[in-house]
Design a protein around this ligand. Structure first.
Ligand code: CTP
Ligand code: MG
Length: 447
């Protein structure tokens, strides 16, 4: 049964930009209907300004194109046309994605073959959740066919009609269900048992969904509200293996992990890496998902250092010393290493220390190539070795040693050691070491 509700809120007013009103006038003049559809209406009703706004219309794509062409309004992104979406760009500033009302005739669980309609209810029927099946016209009337407004008020996440059918139309909806549940449901809300059953009985459909799409949803779940309880329930429905997560991943442990670090706003990978016991398990996840190099580097760093590094006890001068040392080592090749080490601390539930490290500014290592050159050391294979040794000494000094201390007091010992090492090598390696060693002249003579 159709329910309508008139709204006039700051969020609904924010939607009606001058550009949109201009577009709406054009549709009206041509006797077509235009409404805001789906997620944006949901957001407005929840008092959120939507990040993207989709429009639905009774006009066919051809009719929209003709109308926009006649009105000299530019269209972009021709790709959408095959799904019935035309994107209008008004005054070269604002884009509007306008999709013709449609029925999904056949679906293979990923893509749909569509038929256009002028019936708003038929379009609402094919949408995933009741809270996402709403329309809003330009006069501020919300059109609700499935009690979506009431579900928003009660923060209930329900599929439109038959959950099994909705899931089989697009299996990604399993993850969308959990994403919206995490985002909107009350903290102690329980899942509807029938919905969970529909999910459990259809999880295998996720195997044909592309890693990119899965990752977009999983990432938003992991960084979203209530990620711990949501991930636990997801694993309990045996979703894990379809996402590259081990089938025996500990669902209580992931919830507990999230409980202990979520207030520090951890990266999604800082949450998810808890699911993997070793690099091999992480590698399987990496193959199934399509995520950024940044995500990959973070999860690998966590797995590599989570057991070997820990915060020193409070009696030590600097309890973060091991992490600072790691930063010195990693930053040589990676200027963004600090963010990842801060995440490692969050992963290990050292939240205060994570905050401390993020505020800490790594002093500049005072020795440069120029400092070595001034002592007659030229670039060569030993150069890196010498710099590394100096850096180790700088680390030992808690980053206090100055350039002159390192060059005048530490460097001579390093050079002596290098020469002694060269002395004990076989003649062959000794020769090659000498040939390539760029130690200062004086010291070579001493040798
Ligand atoms: N698998 C999907 C994806 C989308 N939709 C419908 O298309 C709308 C727009 O989709 P999208 O922008 O991807 O999601 P939103 O619900 O708007 O959520 P978000 O805030 O993340 O944009 C949804 O509200 C819903 O009505 C759907 O039924 N099934
Ligand atoms: Mg949206």
């Amino acid at each position: 049964m159709l329910i309508t509700k008139k709204i006039d809120t700051p969020e609904s007013r924010a939607l009606l930009t001058p550009h949109l009103l201009k577009l709406a006038e054009l549709f009206k003049a041509n006797h077509y209907e235009l409404r805001v559809a789906g997620g944006a209406v949901r957001d407005v009703l929840m008092g959120i300004i939507p990040h993207d706004v989709d429009f639905a219309t009774t006009a066919t794509p051809e009719q929209v194109k003709d109308m926009l062409t006649n009105a000299k309004i530019r269209m972009i992104n021709a790709n959408g046309e095959k799904h019935g979406t035309i994107t209008a760009r008004i005054d070269d500033i604002e884009n509007f994605e306008i999709t013709t009302l449609r029925i999904d005739v056949t679906t293979d669980g990923r893509h749909a073959e569509v038929e256009y309609t002028q019936d708003w209810q038929l379009d609402a029927n094919r949408r995933d959740l009741t809270i996402n099946a709403l329309f809003l016209d330009m006069e501020g009337t919300v059109y609700d066919y499935f009690n979506g407004i009431e579900d928003i008020d009660h923060r209930r996440i329900r599929f439109v009609g038959d959950a099994v059918q909705r899931i089989r139309e697009d299996y990604l909806r399993i993850l969308r269900y959990f994403r919206f549940f995490g985002r909107f449901a009350h903290d102690n809300a329980v899942h509807d048992e029938q919905t969970l059953k529909a999910i459990r009985e259809n999880v295998d459909g996720l195997q044909d969904i592309a890693g990119e799409r899965l990752w977009i949803e999983l990432k938003r779940i992991a960084e979203g509200r209530n990620a711990g309880p949501i991930l636990r329930v997801m694993l309990e429905q045996q979703i894990g293996p379809y996402l590259g997560i081990p089938s025996d991943a500990d669902s209580n442990q992931i919830e507990d992990h999230w409980q202990q670090c979520h207030q520090a706003k951890p990266h999604d990978m800082t949450i998810l890496t808890k699911l993997f016991r070793n690099i091999d398990e992480l590698g399987k996840f990496d193959q199934r998902m399509k995520y950024s190099n940044d995500c990959r580097r973070l999860s690998q760093l966590i797995v590599t250092y989570r057991d070997s590094l820990s915060v020193l006890d409070s009696s030590s001068i600097d309890s973060l010393k091991p992490y600072k040392d790691l930063l010195v080592d990693l930053i040589i090749n990676d200027p963004t290493a600090k963010d990842r080490i801060v995440e490692l601390l969050k992963y290990q539930h050292y939240l205060i220390e994570a905050e401390q490290l993020s505020k800490w500014i790594l002093p500049r290592f005072p020795v440069t190539g120029g400092s070595l050159a001034s002592k007659g050391i030229k670039q060569g294979p030993n150069y890196k070795l010498i710099l590394n040794e100096l850096r180790e000494n700088w680390k030992k000094s808690h980053f206090q040693a100055t350039e002159s201390q390192l060059i005048d007091e530490v460097l001579p010992n390093i050079l002596d050691n290098l020469i002694n090492t060269n002395d004990t090598t076989t003649t062959k390696t000794k020769q090659s070491a000498n040939a390539s060693c760029s130690l200062p002249k004086k010291r070579k003579e001493k040798e």
